[in-house]
Design a protein around this ligand. Sequence first.
Ligand code: GUN
Length: 283
Amino acid sequence: MTAKLIDGKAVSQKIKIQVQQRVEKLAQQEIIPGLAVVLVGENSASLTYVKNKKKTCEALGMRSDLHQFPDTLTEQELLSTIDELNNDSKIHGILVQLPLPKQIDEFKVISAISPEKDVDGFHPISVGNMMIGKDAFLPCTPHGIMELLAHYDIDPAGKHAVVIGRSNIVGKPIGQLLLQKDATVTYCHSKTKDLAEFTKQADILIAAIGRAKFIDHTFIKPGAVVIDVGMNRDENGKLCGDVDFEDVQETASFVTPVPGGVGPMTIAMLMDNTLQSAEKGSV
Ligand code: GUN
């Protein structure tokens, strides 16, 4: 058996086309969805991510403003920027790229974003609403994973989903979303003993560890669905995931590639959230 490819590039393309069509419809009412992206510091990975977000926005007919600051920016200055963006009627979504420099309290900054413009889904109100299954902007990477599973008719109900990673951005929320779809969820993390003992029980394995090609076939139950959230460089500097893609081919039933799996879905869901915010007339 060779694993089927979960093609995030193709699925994200479909979503982006739908977004573009809805953007055109809104344009008839003279509303252009606007996303403000705030970047503090010179982190090169962050710069690449935000440029991609801006480029995609523009390709879909949405407005995108990049607010770039040096890493000496104070917390107060950042909070003032957020206040301005909260009150800017042309802006429907605000994204503060993480991580932030150490003098700035991430929680304070995220909490300052108006929940109506919290297209990242990181505000405590968004997180709370997501947890209880109420209407909220869902965090983009976990939401993108759920869309991928749905697209390939992979129903989490009754399945054992094992999540490796417990970040607020990916690990914790993907576990919650899978639980809401009636999966039985196990969280593993850096302090988990005998990781493979857990992962080998997974019908759906979510790898969000941050270690290049760490998950090989010895971690995987035959027939498992393997979702790779990793974004690493291998020994040759080539982009790769947390999963050894080639090595799991004969064991997994489905697997996401890196690049071309979860990554493009994250951006597509961000576009969808920003559009939804504009459609709600959130200003
Ligand atoms: N840093 C890494 N991933 C993300 C993300 O999805 N949103 C933001 N704001 N920062 C990130």
